[in-house]
Design a binder for this molecule. Sequence first.
Ligand SMILES: Nc1ncnc2c1ncn2[C@@H]1O[C@H](COP(=O)(O)OP(=O)(O)OP(=O)(O)O)[C@@H](O)[C@H]1O
Ligand code: SF4
Ligand SMILES: [Mg+2]
Length: 364
Amino acid sequence: MTVNGSSALGAVVPEEVALAREVPRGEPILEVRDLVKHFPLTKGIILRRQVGAVKAVDGVTFDLMHGETLGIVGESGCGKSTLAKVLMNLEPATSGSVRYKGEEISRLSGAGLKAVRRNIQMVFQDPYTSLNPRMTVGDIIGEPFEIHPEVAPKGDRRKAVQDLLDVVGLNPEYINRYPHQFSGGQRQRIGIARGLALKPEVIICDEPVSALDVSVQAQVINLLEQLQGDFNLSYMFIAHDLSIVRHISDRVGVMYLGKMVEIGSDAEIYDHATHPYTQALLSAVPVPDPTARETRDRIVLTGDVPSPANPPSGCRFRTRCWKAQQRCEVEEPLLVAPSWLGDAARHDSACHFAAERGVERETG
Ligand SMILES: Nc1ncnc2c1ncn2[C@@H]1O[C@H](COP(=O)(O)OP(=O)(O)OP(=O)(O)O)[C@@H](O)[C@H]1O
Ligand code: SF4
Ligand SMILES: [Mg+2]
């Protein structure tokens, strides 16, 4: 992937060189450090004053590796979409750092910012509302070329859009149709084609299949997997549910109330989860095998999710955690690999008593 390596004055500037470099597969393409996004809560009509803040994202750290799919899961309101928007630079961070190919995105401007905007794209949840009903499919998919004409010069755009329709499994002759003439799954293919138009390196998929019928979800996930191989993409794939991300993710991060509580490889999360919240989410995943279904205990979480404007002290999960002890109230657990766990289960987990299900640790 290359970007225009010249500034307005014709001189090559270092950040553009950095953004044009190829990151080897398996090395970080996005580095997120202690990222915070608070939305101020204000009171008063004439004299507005801040009375608090919704702590939507509250100190999140992780890397997205080149070529991988990182699944991000968690209940509604835990901060997944806010995280995505800050990574895309659509919302400014309150504090913390997001580096794309080593460059701090909040400090970029001009050509550097344009390159990041081109290279990190998003596919949204709802294919019914995210596509403008008054635009043809050709105009929707080709719209990004208006801002980045270097990717497809004017004379080549129709062909470029038809190629994209073909790539996502739609008939290139549909180019003049309107969104309402397509099914939900087809609309999401249009959203994906638009996301691919600028030949990005990273695609953030925010619940791309949640609004679709189960039978169509698998088709869209298969398409995303195929495109990842064909175009060397890195994905962040957001979902409510661990069952949806299972098939597509190399690693999975679990969020609760603005925090990442556990992150690990596919096997570490699905077979060796050590955080009680992840274990509760896993226990709710449908199991196709009837025998396994009967023998598995479902963990039913009691209590509501606390408000992100006023999260519990210490561990944020403590008001719903069946393992909570005094320490959990006063000391926030760090997202680290607990030293007491065996090799297979040792991965980052923000719990003082991290342990695989059925193997309890009594003291922290
Ligand atoms: N612009 C905003 N102003 C104030 N609060 C906001 C804003 N955007 C999001 N929030 C709040 O931040 C928290 C996190 O919201 P977010 O949309 O990121 O959650 P989510 O995990 O994507 O949820 P869902 O699964 O429902 O999409 C919520 O409490 C939400 O109400
Ligand atoms: S730190 Fe305590 S409250 Fe939090 S998940 Fe672990 S046991 Fe539960
Ligand atoms: Mg969301």
